[in-house]
Write a protein that binds this ligand. Structure first.
Ligand code: CP
Length: 333
């Protein structure tokens, strides 16, 4: 069983084939039909793009699909081993994954980090637990570590915007956000842009590094693709000469599990916003953001609505890439 957990698990040939298929669907190529296939999507957190793009993708591919929301319309899940389940959780994910495997050909799971225990969150216990207990492929619909569906759509968008993304200066910048939000989109975007051979720059305040393992992998991908990768704490300098700015906030790994300390440090960086003035430093650079975005907090409304904003294009690409991923999951090579 090959799961879709992290883009790094999939080689260039497989990824580029999926992007090629997604681009063909976008141009009107007929979608293959899988009327005997069923997909179940388990959402432990809210979603607009991921949920709707997958449900629409299933309709286009003739796949039957349904959404399950533990704690709302299904039993609350326990994921730990060896616990006495006398609390809120009625069902262990091992049984849940085993049961869903018997009903469905593919299972999707969204499980954000708990935000209390860094080591535990970085191990993605719920999504990886489903992967271990399921006998059918599992798609990661966004975990603490990765959002591969977003990363694939972003990778496709780089090809659309640049034709050849190799050597383009692409900046992933941390942005202020009133809440601590997951690292997953940033990890998956860095992976995609490094493998696309971009001149990649990661800009963030010192208290907001990304996961060390991912940074090491991104350095390696960048070398292999003959791109480059650097990190800086100077956001304005990072914008200079950039062809693309990817705006995203994430939690402080240095103050994990301590919301008061995290908030205090986060408030120091309210000026880490993407503004029209900062965009003037770029080479008429594009703006990307995975959405949802907090207007005039993360990114100025003027920049979001500008001609160079690619946020709706990348959101649309969630549909075409979801179709390619679902096809690969229900029709293994
Ligand atoms: N970008 C993204 O995954 O959006 P949703 O959280 O709405 O699914």
């Amino acid at each position: 069983v090959k799961h879709f957990y992290d883009l790094a698990d999939w080689d260039d040939v497989s990824v580029l084939r999926m992007i090629g298929e997604a681009r063909a669907y976008k141009k009107g190529a007929p979608a293959p039909q899988f009327p005997r296939a069923t997909a179940v999507f388990v959402f432990l957190n809210p979603s607009l793009r991921t949920r709707v793009s997958l449900e629409v993708a299933c309709r286009r591919l003739g796949i039957q699909s349904l959404v399950v929301q533990p704690g709302a319309d299904a039993w609350r899940l326990e994921w730990r081993d060896g616990v006495e389940m006398s609390g809120e959780a009625q069902e262990h994910l091992e049984e849940a994954a085993g049961v869903l495997s018997r009903f469905a050909n593919v299972i999707g799971v969204r499980a954000f980090p708990g935000g209390r225990n860094l080591k535990e969150d970085l191990s993605d216990p719920i999504v990886t637990g489903f992967m271990r207990a399921s006998s059918v492929p599992v798609i990661n619909l966004e975990s603490a570590m990765f959002h591969p569906l977003q990363g694939l759509a972003d990778w496709m968008t780089l090809y659309e915007l640049f034709g050849e993304p190799e050597g383009k200066k692409v900046v992933l910048t941390w942005t202020y956000h009133p809440r601590a939000v997951p690292l997953a989109v940033s990890h998956s975007f860095l992976t995609a842009a490094a493998r696309a051979g971009c001149r990649l720059v990661l800009a963030h305040p010192p208290e907001f590094p990304l996961a060390e393992d991912v940074i090491r992998a991104v350095e390696r991908f960048s070398r292999e693709a003959k791109g480059s990768f650097e990190m800086t704490g100077d956001q304005e300098e990072a914008f200079s000469g950039a062809h693309l700015i990817y705006a995203k906030s994430w939690a402080s790994l240095l103050h994990y599990g301590d919301p008061e300390a995290e908030r205090e440090v986060r408030e120091r960086y309210r000026d880490w916003k993407v503004t029209a003035k900062k965009m003037e430093r770029t080479e008429r650079g594009y703006l990307m953001h995975c959405l949802p975005v907090r207007r005039n907090v993360e990114v100025d409304e003027e920049v979001l609505k500008s001609a160079n904003s690619a946020v709706l294009q990348q959101a649309e690409n969630r549909l075409w890439t979801a179709m390619a991923v679902l096809k690969r999951m229900v029709e293994p090579e």
